[in-house]
Design a protein around this ligand. Structure first.
Ligand SMILES: *[C@@H]1O[C@H](CO)[C@@H](O)[C@H](O)[C@H]1NC(C)=O
Ligand SMILES: *[C@@H]1O[C@H](CO)[C@@H](O)[C@H](O)[C@H]1NC(C)=O
Ligand SMILES: *[C@@H]1O[C@H](CO)[C@@H](O)[C@H](O)[C@H]1NC(C)=O
Ligand SMILES: *[C@@H]1O[C@H](CO)[C@@H](O)[C@H](O)[C@H]1NC(C)=O
Ligand SMILES: *[C@@H]1O[C@H](CO)[C@@H](O)[C@H](O)[C@H]1NC(C)=O
Ligand SMILES: *[C@@H]1O[C@H](CO)[C@@H](O)[C@H](O)[C@H]1NC(C)=O
Ligand SMILES: *[C@@H]1O[C@H](CO)[C@@H](O)[C@H](O)[C@H]1NC(C)=O
Ligand SMILES: *[C@@H]1O[C@H](CO)[C@@H](O)[C@H](O)[C@H]1NC(C)=O
Ligand SMILES: *[C@@H]1O[C@H](CO)[C@@H](O)[C@H](O)[C@H]1NC(C)=O
Ligand SMILES: *[C@@H]1O[C@H](CO)[C@@H](O)[C@H](O)[C@H]1NC(C)=O
Length: 641
């Protein structure tokens, strides 16, 4: 490096030559002017909790390792890099890697930085550097050599300065902010024409920048043919149907327009479908409506299409889609052989499930891994074609109007991990064949259909489930013996499953990892399992059965226990006081007698227990005496979360 400087300097005046020599002999590799600029920048930093700038010292500092005095070579400072050839600072990377409030730099981006004229790379992301004005400094537009500018996560407000349009060498511009909330001041662009001057730009991320008044954004961005990555999520975009006469974005691979709820146009008339180089297209939570056009079928590079809608839920947790966002599937995706993710949740107004399956990619090998069609009004039978989607990992058909039987071809999907068929009108029998090769299955949701699971008592499933929801699926009358192998289960719901049996003796060991078990509304008889205390259970619902005998020791992490409407007798044992986390307990409508044990439980979960107590005594079963609890006016059911 020093040689290079001498060669350059011999052609300059002799005083400059001596000055440089002096610099080299003291080991300083950086330009004094640039060092001063960096130190002045540091003065604008009022907090540096992670010590990012601790190596930035005037007059050198001692190296902790070998106790040597290091000279003030700012090129050695953390985050600073100089050119090997010219010695100028070319890179400044002060990214807050912890991306955590409280760990980043606090202060402002001081004007002194302007002296770093040769800067090619500037990353100040995730720091609190908006300064007192909150504005993006205009002088950033003077770094003519800049290739990379990352200001993501800095909570700026006001207008993005058009001066940035002078950065004609820029390849990466990342402004992605915090999602604007109605309270927070926001960053906005009102005239985007300067963006078109960034003619080398490959990466543009303006997530969260308000572009609501920029109606010609498709035109402007179409003037940057080098773009490969474009993310305009949460930008309050208003219109998508301005159709550039000629599409220049031939290299664009990633386009994210998600969370632009006001982007409301006919899907068909949008220019987006002409971007045939796209690999990733995210149109989730936009209000495009009407037909999903045939042109989608020509986007042969597409790997991910998210055209879902973030539907709202009503009080019962069911979807309520907003008006105006519904689409009708007209596109034929047969030739989209690269498609891995297709998400149309909440998007389709109606349709035949079989027609949708027929329009899915039919390539060999088929790469589709995730198919999300939940919360649509799809009707008809699930076709056998499902067996051809051999790469499927997630099949989500939750909450539709699908009828008929589940085709056994589903059992061929060796990679299927998540199967969501709940809230449909499926009927018929699920047998071993449906599960034959489902070796990867972890989550299965069959609840609220008219299904029946009938398997051989000796059947050994090929999978180990973690989440299994079978509510209202007929599985009895015996307690399903195949569940004994499901030792990884975390959540199991099988209420109203027609079980007329006692608890199996493997109950506590097999379900030892489970945190949620629900077996309400069966005819389970006999006593509660006796060895439950070491189970991981947090929520246990066994209400409306025929469970008898006394209350044994309960799992010690229990937060919610409902064993109401059973035949449990005896007194409430003292051991209930050991349930440190309990905040909901329903023992009502049993044959319990005696006093509730005196324990701190009563003070800890005072309201909740009184509510239960009120229930206990308020109903027909008056055998419990209310010796320690005064009646109160509390009558809510709030302990049910
Ligand atoms: C500059 O020097 C460093 C350290 O010697 C080296 O790793 C890097 O490759 C060099 N860069 C150029 C562009 O020569
Ligand atoms: C900008 O910084 C953020 C946060 O530090 C990072 O996640 C993002 O990938 C960076 N952008 C680019 C284009 O490198
Ligand atoms: C975006 O800006 C417009 C006015 O320019 C304003 O009405 C709107 O609320 C802003 N959107 C957000 C999400 O802040
Ligand atoms: C699409 O964008 C939404 C919102 O930004 C995000 O939650 C979702 O994960 C994205 N979809 C895909 C498939 O990446
Ligand atoms: C579902 O579609 C059927 C026709 O296929 C229609 O009669 C019904 O109203 C639709 N339901 C909803 C909630 O859109
Ligand atoms: C299923 O169809 C019925 C009757 O047409 C309708 O009331 C219901 O809302 C539909 N379900 C869904 C999820 O669209
Ligand atoms: C299943 O997943 C494995 C591991 O991700 C992968 O190697 C294999 O190709 C997949 N099988 C199919 C049929 O897609
Ligand atoms: C399950 O996989 C085996 C081995 O790959 C295959 O022979 C069998 O036909 C498959 N069964 C079903 C029902 O797909
Ligand atoms: C449950 O089993 C008992 C004894 O095996 C029998 O008497 C009773 O009828 C069964 N109940 C139902 C609803 O099947
Ligand atoms: C529960 O764990 C304790 C301590 O490890 C042990 O002494 C006790 O026997 C266990 N109880 C059961 C029912 O497994």
């Amino acid at each position: 490096m020093s040689t290079a400087i001498i060669i350059v300097s011999t052609t300059t005046s002799s005083s400059f030559f001596f000055f440089l020599l002096l610099m080299i002999t003291t080991g300083g590799g950086c330009k004094p002017r640039e060092r001063d600029a960096l130190l002045a920048f540091k003065e604008g930093i009022v907090k540096d909790p992670a010590g990012l700038l601790s190596s930035w010292q005037r007059g050198g500092h001692y190296d902790d390792d070998d106790d040597q005095l290091l000279e003030e070579d700012c090129c050695q400072w953390r985050g600073v890099r100089c050119s090997n050839l010219t010695g100028h600072v070319v890179k400044l990377n002060l990214r807050n890697d912890y991306a955590d409030v409280g760990t980043g730099l606090v202060g402002e981006i001081g004007h002194s930085l302007i002296s770093l004229e040769h800067l090619r790379y500037l990353d100040l992301s995730m720091n609190n550097l908006a300064g007192p004005t909150g504005h993006v400094p205009e002088f950033l537009g003077s770094f003519r050599s800049l290739r990379y500018l990352n200001l993501s996560g800095i909570v700026f407000s006001g207008m993005v300065p058009p001066q940035l349009g002078k950065l004609s060498n820029l390849k990466f511009l990342d402004f992605s902010g915090m999602l604007p909330s109605s309270m927070a001041p926001f960053l906005y662009i009102s005239d985007a024409s300067w963006l078109a001057h960034l003619s080398n730009l490959q990466y543009l991320n303006l997530n969260g920048v308000n572009l609501s008044t920029v109606l010609d954004w498709p035109h402007v961005l179409n003037m940057i043919p080098s773009l490969k990555f474009l993310s305009l999520s949460s930008c309050s975009l208003q219109s998508a149907n301005q159709y550039p006469t000629q599409i220049n974005l031939r290299q664009l691979e990633i386009l994210d327009l998600s969370n632009n709820y006001e982007l409301s146009d006919q899907a068909e008339s949008s220019w987006i479908w002409s971007l045939t180089s796209l690999k990733y297209l995210n149109l989730s939570s936009t209000s495009l409506y009407g037909e999903i056009p045939q042109a989608l079928g020509n986007m042969l590079s597409l790997q991910v299409l998210d055209f879902s809608y973030n539907g709202e839920e009503d009080s019962t947790g069911m979807s309520v889609s907003k008006k105006g966002n519904m689409c009708i599937m007209k596109a034929n995706l047969k030739n989209l052989c690269n498609l891995e993710v297709l998400d149309l949740d909440y998007r389709l107004a109606y349709g035949e499930i079989s027609e949708i399956f027929e329009s899915l990619p039919q390539c060999s090998p088929n790469k589709l891994k995730e198919l999300h069609l939940a919360n649509n009004n799809l009707t008809g039978n699930l076709p056998k074609l499902v067996g051809r989607l051999t790469s499927l990992v997630t099949l989500d058909l939750f909450n539709n109007n699908i009828t008929g039987q589940v085709p056994s071809e589903i059992g061929m999907l060796t990679n299927l991990t998540n199967l969501y068929l709940h809230y449909n009108c499926l009927d018929g029998v699920i047998t071993e064949e449906h599960f034959a090769n489902l070796t990867s299955l972890k989550s299965i949701y069959l609840c609220y259909n008219y299904l029946e699971i009938v398997v051989d008592p000796e059947w050994l499933p090929p999978f180990r489930l973690e989440k299994a929801y079978f509510a209202s699926t007929s599985m009895g009358p015996s307690f399903p013996s195949w569940l004994q192998s499901q030792v990884d289960i975390l959540e199991l719901a099988m209420s109203d499953a027609g079980i007329n049996d006692t608890f199996p003796d493997w109950f506590s060991t097999t379900f030892s990892k489970a945190t949620f078990l629900e077996m309400s509304q069966n005819q389970i008889a006999g006593g509660l399992p006796t060895n439950m205390e070491n189970m991981s259970l947090e929520k246990l619902y066994l209400d409306c059965n025929h469970i008898a005998d006394r209350i044994p020791r309960m799992p010690r992490n229990l937060m919610l226990l409902d064993i109401s409407y059973n035949l449990i007798s005896g007194d409430v044992p003292q051991s209930i006081c050991e349930l440190q986390k309990l905040n909901g307990l329903d023992l009502s409508n049993n044959l319990l007698e005696g006093e509730f044990p005196q324990c701190s439980l009563m003070s800890r979960v005072y309201v909740k227990v009184i509510v239960v107590w009120a229930k206990l005594t308020g109903r027909t079963d008056e055998r419990l005496r209310m010796s320690q609890v005064a009646w109160s006016s509390i009558d809510s059911d709030e302990y049910y979360e």
